[in-house]
Design a protein around this ligand. Structure first.
Ligand code: ATP
Ligand SMILES: Nc1nc2c(ncn2[C@@H]2O[C@H](COP(=O)(O)O)[C@@H](O)[C@H]2O)c(=O)[nH]1
Length: 211
């Protein structure tokens, strides 16, 4: 009603901003792999919220594209200054979504994608961001461990921390009312098709808004 009223006043339709999408799930479940496919296929529709982290870059990761890689001191300073929508300690490092990262995507009228852990999900629930919540889960704990080991990004110590967090995350995904969709990432192509289908309505809405 209010939207229609404003449209009438300025003489053209005003549409609400696209709803952001939160993608969460245990480390190694396949979030980044799926999001890479989505961002490649719909590069004008989706924009990635580039988080800050205190962890070291992995080979091939780029500052400003995959993360903003910062010192713990810098991160804590930003958090104290109120620059973050949410932040969390995960596997010995701090991660956080800055207000600026989300605003930059929204300014382009794109669907903002946040790849965040379960603490982030709980914290985003307390904000007015109102995203679609999607959990990506592995077919089993054993397969998750295999995938994480095969990725070869972790030391044995950090792997064990991630696996401990994964157990909690797999339970969290079963809590009623948290996620709009829980996708089990077994065969990658199948999961991707389901992810695209979950987001199809929002994709169409954004395309209409952009044309
Ligand atoms: N469906 C799948 N089948 C087999 N391997 C997969 C599948 N999906 C992802 N992988 C592989 O599993 C590993 C973990 O995937 P990915 O890095 O995307 O996980 P993630 O959830 O983003 O992890 P993190 O939270 O640590 O960033 C990667 O090596 C990826 O190639
Ligand atoms: N709460 C937040 N969690 C985040 C953010 N950015 C990433 N993450 C999550 O951290 C883990 C580990 O990521 P990795 O790149 O080190 O493998 C993973 O679950 C991400 O979803 C953030 O800004 N806030």
């Amino acid at each position: 009603m209010l939207v229609r009223h404003i449209s009438n006043l300025i003489g053209r339709p005003v549409m609400a901003k696209p709803r952001p999408v939160v993608v969460s799930g245990p480390s190694g479940a396949g979030k980044s792999t799926l999001l890479k496919l989505l961002l490649e296929e719909y590069d004008q529709v989706f924009g990635f919220s580039v988080s800050h982290t205190t962890r070291n870059p992995r080979p091939g990761e780029e500052n400003g594209r995959d993360y903003y890689f910062v010192s713990r001191e810098e991160m804590l300073h930003g958090i104290d200054a109120g620059e973050f929508i949410e932040n969390a300690e995960f596997s010995g490092n701090i991660y956080g979504t800055s207000k600026k990262a989300v605003q930059e995507v929204q300014a382009r009228n794109q669907i903002c994608i946040l790849d965040i852990d379960m603490q982030g999900v709980r914290n985003i629930k307390k904000t007015d961001l109102c995203p679609i919540y999607i959990s990506i889960q592995p077919p089993s704990f054993e397969i998750l461990e295999q995938r994480l080991r095969q990725r070869k990004t972790e030391t044995e110590e950090s792997l064990q921390k991630r696996l401990a967090a994964a157990k909690l995350d797999m339970e969290f995904s079963k809590e009623p009312g948290i996620f709009d969709e829980v996708l089990i990432n077994d065969v990658l192509e199948d999961t991707y098709i389901r992810l695209r289908s979950v987001l199809s309505e929002e994709i169409q809405r954004v395309r209409a808004l952009q044309n």
